[in-house]
Design a binder for this molecule. Sequence first.
Ligand SMILES: Cc1cc2nc3c(=O)[nH]c(=O)nc-3n(C[C@H](O)[C@H](O)[C@H](O)COP(=O)(O)OP(=O)(O)OC[C@H]3O[C@@H](n4cnc5c(N)ncnc54)[C@H](O)[C@@H]3O)c2cc1C
Length: 288
Amino acid sequence: MKPAAFRYHRAHDVTDAVGLLGELAAAGEDPKLIAGGQSLMPMMNFRLARPTALVDLGPLRRDPALNSFRRTGSSLTIGALVTHRAVELAELGPDFDVLSRAMRWVGHLPIRSRGTVAGSVVHGDATAEWCLLALLLDAVVVAEGPRGPREIPAAEMFHGFYTTAVEPDEVVTAVRFTRPSPRAALTEFARRHGDFAIVDAAVSIDAERGGRVVLGGVAPAPVRVPEAEALLDGGVPGPELFAACGAAAAAAIDPPDDAAGSAAYRRRLARTLVTQALHEAWEKGGTR
Ligand SMILES: Cc1cc2nc3c(=O)[nH]c(=O)nc-3n(C[C@H](O)[C@H](O)[C@H](O)COP(=O)(O)OP(=O)(O)OC[C@H]3O[C@@H](n4cnc5c(N)ncnc54)[C@H](O)[C@@H]3O)c2cc1C
């Protein structure tokens, strides 16, 4: 299938992109940014999205701030245009290597080579690995718009089906991960390798700051599961506790019932995946 007709614009820098979005909207167009195009183009081809103008962020890849990793104190900032593949290949150190390890679950190599971190969190698929990781590691989405710069905590980012807090006239410039975690893991189940997950789970075990249990595919947006987190923080790490957390997560959710899987199936997946992810996270942490 082919997309509906659209005008094509190339942005030279972030200010130019914000300006173009504003000018096009004022002229009655329905503009959209395009980064890797790995979500937007399929949606346009299926006519699920019909922007009348695209503003291409591709030329901005030359800007080191948008295409690099930066460590500041205990935080890791990833430029908006960094690809999934670049994260997969990066040496991020034990505190953030859950990000690199999680990338193996994102689509296939060509998709990972073009798709970007910012594109993923703005698109806001309920099972997207980046959305779960944002909640897991207290990410802050940094955006630039006509009203100036803005920071959106992950907890306020995901509003529902493909709906996020980023406004149509804003450009995300980076995603900052503020909660390092050497004991963290993401795992998932999809029918075929490279497909979006039916359910995915991201967890961290952290005796000092509290553990995290995040699920995708069980609600219109990724969710934390406080019932499982409370159990995790109150118990002695090991198979019994991890199984109990999986059971608590499954009991706490009210997943959708659709063609990809019934609610009962998703609940069973959630139980298994949370338990598995906790085992993986614990083993990854070594003696720390
Ligand atoms: C076959 C297939 C399988 C896939 N499997 C997975 C998977 O398993 N897991 C997964 O997470 N993803 C998967 N994807 C999607 C892929 O990860 C995309 O790369 C990602 O969702 C979007 O990133 P992008 O750079 O391609 O964004 P684009 O498609 O270019 O844009 C997506 C949305 O984000 C907006 N946007 C992009 N960049 C910015 C920015 N800097 N500021 C503001 N708005 C912006 C666009 O306007 C658009 O609304 C798959 C895609 C395909 C085609």
